[in-house]
Design a binder for this molecule. Sequence first.
Ligand code: ATP
Ligand code: MG
Length: 426
Amino acid sequence: MVRVAYMSKMYAPTLKELPAEAEIASHKLSLRAGLIRKSASGIYSFLPLGYRVIKKIEDIVRDEMDAIGCQEVLLPIVQPAELWRESGRWDDYGPELARFNDRHEREFCLGPTHEEIITDMVKGEIRSYRNLPFTLYQINMKFRDEVRPRFGLLRGREFNMKDAYSFHTTQESLQEHYDQQAAAYGRICERLGLDYRPVDADSGQIGGDVSREFMALADAGEAELVYCDCGYGATTESLGEDFDPSIEHSCPKCGAPLKLVRGIEVSQVFQLGTKYSKVMGLTYQDENGVDQFPFMGCYGVGVSRSMAAVIEQSHDDDGIIWPVSIAPYQVMIIALSSDDEAFNYADSLAQQLVEKGVEIVVDDRDERAGVKFADADLLGFPLQVIVGKRGFEAGEIEVKIRKTGEKHVVALDDATTEIKQLLDRL
Ligand code: ATP
Ligand code: MG
């Protein structure tokens, strides 16, 4: 059940003094608006408003995964070293992999990604080609002991990721699902309101054109990419040393000049082929009863990084501008008058909107109007409804669209309908 939330009771501590390490807008605003707090370098707690955003992003991701037939699981964060030795990554991964021993001196690591765990989990369980293809996914915390955690949630050490793993009998089947994942990733970016480009990515040791990254365009992004309006895009990293991005280049697909920009990698799709199934001995029996290694794909979305990317693209000097899809609340009702009648009206309006499925916060705090307006802009809910004494007496309230600053005067009687309509149009 959806309930009205009240600012006077909400744990949403805003911050005025920012740490010097907060250099970019999304990091500053996540701290200022009380979305996150740091526990250690690259390790954050999510406060109520921040966690609401995370859950909404997770739900969008879940919806898109379920729509293409993926099934949700939950895999362990603590993983035994043996599996990583089997895959060879215990030695290859380097210091980014956080390792520890248990009380019996058995070796473990904290999962930075879950290929080993999932390959081992399905091993022995897929007996026949008839069991394939399938895709499992989870939304879970990952740990990578990044050499340079920075920019808040953009490059954390502990972070929230959706990771999916698919298993197939043929390369064609893998390709088909890989394309579905890529399409789902595009829809996820759109539903988050991101200005993004899908680009060809570095496929590492595997080789070939088997990886795409989804880049949210932002100057603060750590990646550099080129793209063309025809749809072509690539990270400059994937183009190798002889694609000097400072030289004017033309699109390999259509010949138009390429644009060079910076981006935040929010997600990546990857064809693994039989890399993990071979080294870890994952097999199924084909039509002739012969053992075969399944083809695999893996697909990751940075949930917490996506939250930062949205803020990075959508803010102004006063604060965050949330898209309706992931706003912690959609409407803030600012009760300016402590006059009982006006205040009761604000509250009953909130109740009516909640019944229509709108998520509402009422700012019922005993604060100056200026403080309330500044906090409303900082927290960035899409609509602000202002119930003041004078307006109320004249039978009116004011509705402000956070994104444009546009203000509408609305008659008290029409308020619920008008607010709902304005929200639908955003
Ligand atoms: P990067 O190149 O930025 O280090 P990656 O390519 O190593 O990222 P993947 O293994 O592809 O990351 O992980 C899938 C997704 O998880 C990434 O697209 C990104 O959104 C997110 N992610 C990866 N590393 C981090 C991190 N340190 N902090 C927050 N999110 C991360
Ligand atoms: Mg990646």
